[in-house]
Design a protein around this ligand. Structure first.
Ligand code: ATP
Length: 833
């Protein structure tokens, strides 16, 4: 932090700037101790900042993907090619480099970590704080330093000095100059200003008063300050880590989470004279100025109006000073305390504790995003956060069924009074009776702008006219940025916690979340969690299915993507592979889910194999009946699901997934589908493995999409085996499409389908949506009939395949108490209408 100097009496700062901006900066700026700030110095800071911003842009550009600098002449294009310094010479290795796990690429900010290093654990704990994980395969992990990752590092409490010191300790080479510069510049401009709510007033707070002076001079922010005559408020900074998070042993601050590697592990030998190391240390010590005890104990702040929070936040983003949001909930006397605690039996797992400690590390609630794989317990993380803040909580989910599940989980894990939890969905418009509580709703309920019913508007007013301590945003990766903007505008929440399994979006809009919610606070390692038994071990395989001659001929001839996609999905050899795998896994005692994005294929496969299927148009009661039978009926071991089952599906019985048609190259869909079996109930059985098969028609575009889809999971350390032949398939008794007559009939049926048949299913709701599906048919409607129908020659065999297993399941008894309850509720509602 720049030293604070006393200004000569009457120093009013550079008039030109102030006139130009029209900001009524007070003639003398004093802090609460009556000390002056030198405005000339602040002005210099301002200009320096402009230059810094320019430098920063240059650096960000340099570090962005695709800007790889040229490698030295004569050097091969291997992995080592990136690790040169600016003079095109290899970076010098430290003498004890084998003990240090990190390689730093000076050109792109990539960090390669050896996971077999003795100090791997410490290095991983550190890197996850400062860099984006790109790939975590078994021996080598790759991370990238980005402005966002460094913003996240700073917002969990790390200083520039901490980052440089740890990085140097763990690196095999001295930190390259370009990387050092990038870190210093990024951390200088990010995380310097916090938005803090104290006693229901909003403050911009910083430990560096010159940053606040800069903001006060800003055209937009200066005007939004409350009480322009007041100086900056100066007070003690909060102490780190003195807050107990329920269900955990402690509440570690970020600094505690970044464990220092044991020196002997990292090969640090204090007696050795290493001039480079000494120089680095000195630089780090200088940067550590911030850590000076006296200075660190002080923070400065000025107040802004509550209405201006959005504008201030937007402006801070524009001038490269994004706000970190923190909520000092322990000093909030304005909002009533919620009587909630975790039940004594709830034991928070170590990775959940680590994630929470990032949120509450300095005794306040930091807004941000926690990334945990599907089935790893994001709900409990959210509930524990609610039990820590103990103020009004609003939870937003993607579907009505998730709302029901969140409510049930609150009751399962906490001692909250059931009356204090309200549900706001199309079917329930509850409010809690007391002056605080929990409300659980969906994004669409809260953001809907037109056509609200009277009751719905009343609940919305209830939500909008109060302050919430915590807003939990479930499945943040699927929600469009516009929706978030509406949510943050409508709901006055002091802290926001985003939960997701994958920060992946094919449109790259995911970066918006950093600003709308907050930085990523924690991201778990999938492989580590599966090794520890928290999520299932999964064997992944891509099964290559050659196209039959007649299908391939049509495929090559087809001149539309839709027709080609229908042909590779309906490839009879793919059908046979699916039939064989279902048979194989059912006989092993597995419960199988077959996913098909294409509804035409879904119906064809399911009917022919006499399995139950669910898609957007399946009525609600039928959906529940099928799912219940899948869970409890040992005669129903396979179900077919359209993409409505990609998310929110909690079927811990499922142990095998087969994918026959998917949404092009969507990495997110692949990860979400895998997530359906990560929570397999049997995951801790001796030697248990879940199975994930992707059936791909060979020599078609599907192969390209498939490899694209797998990219994320491969980066998470999953290995996809390629199966080119399924042994024993030819011996399967009633294998379909073995005759050319059958195959031709199928081909003719496919060729008769309209182009729309290959379109993506449109879904208004999801698998468990309580409204809509039951009353209204949704999903694609097709009019073309089969060749058999058209020719009037419906053979016996064909008729038999039209018999739907769905209908056969009608009337099968309902066992599950939860589903029985939902059904009773639906019946009660129908009766009331
Ligand atoms: N600390 C814990 N102790 C015991 N059980 C836990 C713990 N954390 C989570 N679970 C259990 O793990 C299962 C999965 O949790 P949860 O539904 O929250 O996962 P998720 O991460 O939200 O998954 P998805 O992304 O698929 O929705 C639940 O049955 C939950 O009760």
């Amino acid at each position: 932090m720049p030293p604070k100097r006393k200004a000569p009496s009457g120093a009013n700062g550079p008039p030109s700037k102030r006139v130009a901006s029209g900001v009524g900066t007070p003639a003398s700026m004093t802090d609460s101790d009556g000390e002056y700030f030198d405005e000339d110095e602040a002005e210099e800071d301002y200009e320096d900042n402009e230059k810094e911003k320019e430098d920063m842009r240059h650096l960000v550009k340099k570090f962005s993907v695709g800007s790889y600098s040229k490698k030295p002449k004569g050097v091969q294009a291997d992995a080592a090619a990136g690790f040169f310094n600016s003079d095109n010479a290899y970076l010098e290795l430290k003498p004890d480099h084998p003990d240090r796990p990190l390689w730093i690429d000076p050109h792109k900010g990539r960090i390669i970590m050896e996971s077999f290093s003795p100090s791997f654990k410490q290095a991983e704990a550190f890197l996850i704080n400062i860099a984006e994980p790109q790939s975590r395969v078994s021996r080598i992990h790759e991370y990238t330093l980005t402005p966002h990752s460094l913003f996240a590092a700073v917002s969990v409490g790390l200083t520039t000095g901490d980052i440089l010191r740890e990085l140097d300790l763990l690196s095999k080479t001295p930190i390259p100059e370009s990387v050092r510069e990038f870190i210093i510049n990024s951390t200088k401009s990010f995380g310097k200003v916090r938005l803090v709510l104290k006693h229901t007033k909003y403050f911009l707070e910083s430990s560096d008063p010159s940053v606040l002076q800069r903001l006060l001079k800003d055209d937009v922010i200066g005007r939004l300050r409350v009480n322009e005559a007041d100086g900056l408020v100066k007070e003690s900074a909060p102490k780190m880590g003195d807050l107990a998070i329920p269900g955990t042993r402690m509440a570690a601050g970020a600094k505690q989470a970044v464990q220092r590697p044991q020196q002997q592990n990292a090969g640090e030998n204090e007696d050795e004279v290493d001039p480079q190391r000494d120089a680095d240390r000195m630089a780090a010590a200088l940067l550590e100025e911030d850590d000076d005890e006296d200075e660190r104990d002080q923070v400065h702040a000025f107040e802004i109006t509550a209405e201006s929070v959005q504008d201030v936040s937007k402006r801070c983003r524009a001038i490269d000073l994004p706000l970190t949001e923190e909520y000092d909930f322990r000093n909030d006397d304005h909002n009533a305390n919620l009587d909630i605690d975790l039940k004594p039996a709830a034991q928070i797992r170590p990775y959940q504790e680590q994630a929470l400690s990032k949120m509450f590390g300095n005794g306040r609630a930091r807004s941000g995003i926690i990334v945990l794989p599907c089935g790893a317990g994001k709900t409990l993380v959210g509930i524990t956060a609610a039990c820590t803040v103990r103020k009004g909580v609003i939870v937003l989910c993607t579907s009505a069924m998730s709302v029901v599940q969140w409510r049930a989980e609150f009751l399962k894990w906490s001692n909250v009074n059931p009356n204090d939890i309200a549900v706001f969905t199309a079917d329930h418009k509850d409010k809690f009776p007391g002056n605080t509580g929990i409300i659980i709703s969906t994004y669409s309920m809260v953001t809907q702008s037109k056509g609200r019913s009277y009751d719905s508007q009343k609940v919305m007013d209830f939500i909008e006219n109060r302050e919430w301590g915590l807003m939990i945003l479930d499945e943040v990766h699927v929600v469009p940025a516009e929706m978030f903007k509406k949510v943050t505008y409508k709901v006055k929440a002091h802290s926001k916690l985003g939960l997701t399994a994958t920060l992946l979006r094919e449109d790259d809009k995911i970066q918006d979340l950093n600003f709308l919610i907050g930085p990523k606070l924690y991201e778990a390692n999938w492989q580590e969690l599966s090794e520890q038994g928290h999520i299932a071990r999964v064997q992944c395989a891509e099964v290559w299915c050659p196209m039959t001659t007649e299908f391939y001929t049509e495929y090559l001839r087809a001149n539309s993507t839709n027709k080609r996609s229908l042909l590779f999905t309906m490839n009879p050899r793919k059908f046979q592979a699916c039939q064989f795998l279902i048979d194989y896994h059912e006989s092993r005692g597995d419960k199988v889910i077959v996913f098909s994005d294409n509804v035409y294929a879904l119906e064809k496969y399911a009917k022919r194999l006499r399995k139950a299927y669910i898609y957007g148009g399946t009525p609600q009661a039928e959906r529940l009946r099928i799912l219940e039978n899948f869970q409890h009926n040992d005669q129903v071991n396979t179900i077919f699901l359209s993409k409505i089952g990609d998310t929110s599906l909690d079927l811990p019985e499922a142990t095998c997934l087969i994918q026959i048609s998917s949404h092009y190259g969507s990495r997110r869909q692949e990860a979400q589908r895998l997530g359906r079996i990560l929570r397999a109930k049997r995951r801790n059985d001796e030697g248990f493995n879940a199975f994930f098969y992707s059936l791909v028609s060979k020599d078609t575009n599907e192969m390209y999409y498939s490899s694209k889809r797998q990219a994320f999971l491969v980066d998470q350390g999953y290995a996809f085996k390629v199966i080119t032949h399924l042994h024993g398939i030819e011996k399967l008794g009633d294998l379909h499409f073995t005759t050319s007559h059958e195959r031709l009939e199928l081909l003719q049926d496919v060729m008769l389908q309209s182009e729309d048949t290959a379109n993506v299913e449109r879904i208004d709701g999801d698998l468990f949506s309580m409204s809509g599906a039951g009353r209204r048919k949704m999903g694609a409607r097709r009019t073309a009939g089969s060749l058999a129908e058209l020719s009037g020659g419906q053979g016996m065999a064909y008729v038999e395949y039209q018999r739907s297993r769905n209908k056969e399941l009608k009337g099968k008894g309902t066992q599950n108490a939860f589903i029985r309850k939902i059904r009773r509720e639906q019946e009660r509602k129908r009766a009331q209408k």
